[in-house]
Design a protein around this ligand. Structure first.
Ligand SMILES: Nc1ncnc2c1ncn2[C@@H]1O[C@H](COP(=O)(O)OP(=O)(O)OP(=O)(O)O)[C@@H](O)[C@H]1O
Ligand SMILES: [Mg+2]
Length: 226
């Protein structure tokens, strides 16, 4: 069974003359352990597809399955739990909670669920991401690259089955971007983290196992690189 599957997924925003067909029938299957890059022009539907797989948005038609569960049939509470427990999402603009420390930001998904923290896993993540000395800092005291590493740590802390990253390096300089990509690859190697990353950067896509290209709401190419 694939870990994530889209079957005939369509997404239309608005209606009538103002309707925007963001996705026009996407079929996609992602196996556990894959590292997939999604490329495509602005407006081709990349973020929409990611949001549907992440339970943030629902398809207008078709099915999005994660771990065999149809994400679009979840009610609001179930969708919130799905997002917190089964997927990790990393955005271009880090989306950290500005009023609390790095440590609490990383632990936020567990705190919200009143879950125990696995101290060994926490330490492993924090050390891998080079955040050990910054745990008591506030997000505003960090560089952009450090903030993105906090967002990645937060996305990984629940050991999500699927990590979704939407242009995670879009707001970072070249060197920091490379570091962030290396860290995502490290998570993929060390934790066998299934990862889908949207990127405009050819160099980032070249490091993926599989590259999907979207155009006008459709997949126009899907190439396995190993
Ligand atoms: N909430 C929304 N309401 C209306 N239209 C939307 C909404 N979100 C996205 N769209 C439209 O859907 C289409 C696909 O948008 P999407 O954000 O998925 O593109 P993208 O490939 O991620 O682009 P970019 O590379 O610029 O981030 C675009 O035409 C966009 O204007
Ligand atoms: Mg986008």
């Amino acid at each position: 069974m694939p870990l994530a599957e889209c079957i005939g997924v369509e997404k239309t925003y608005g209606s009538g003359a103002a309707a925007v067909h963001a996705l026009r029938g996407v079929d996609l299957s992602i196996e556990a352990g894959e590292y997939v890059a999604i490329m495509g022009a602005s407006g081709s539907g990349k973020s929409t597809l990611l949001h549907i797989m992440g339970g943030i948005d629902v398809p207008t038609a078709g099915q999005a399955l994660v771990d065999g569960q149809d994400v679009s049939t979840l009610d609001a509470t179930q969708a919130a739990l799905f997002r917190r427990r089964k997927v990790g999402i990393v955005y271009q603009f880090f989306n950290l909670v500005p009023t609390t420390t790095v440590k609490r930001n990383i632990l936020m998904p567990l705190l919200l669920d009143r879950r125990e923290v696995d101290p060994r896993f926490f330490t492993e993540i924090v050390e891998a991401l080079g955040l050990a000395s910054r745990l008591d800092a506030m997000p505003s005291e960090l560089s952009g690259g450090q903030q993105q590493r906090v967002a990645i740590a937060r996305a990984l802390i629940y050991r999500p089955m699927l990590l979704l990253a939407d242009e995670p390096t879009g707001n970072l300089d070249q060197r920091t971007s490379r570091e962030i990509i290396d860290l995502l690859k490290l998570a993929h190697r060390s934790f066998h983290q299934t990862t889908v990353i949207v990127t405009h950067d050819e160099a980032v896509a070249l490091k993926a196992d599989r590259v999907i290209v979207m155009e006008d709401g459709r997949l126009i190419s899907d190439e396995s690189r190993r």
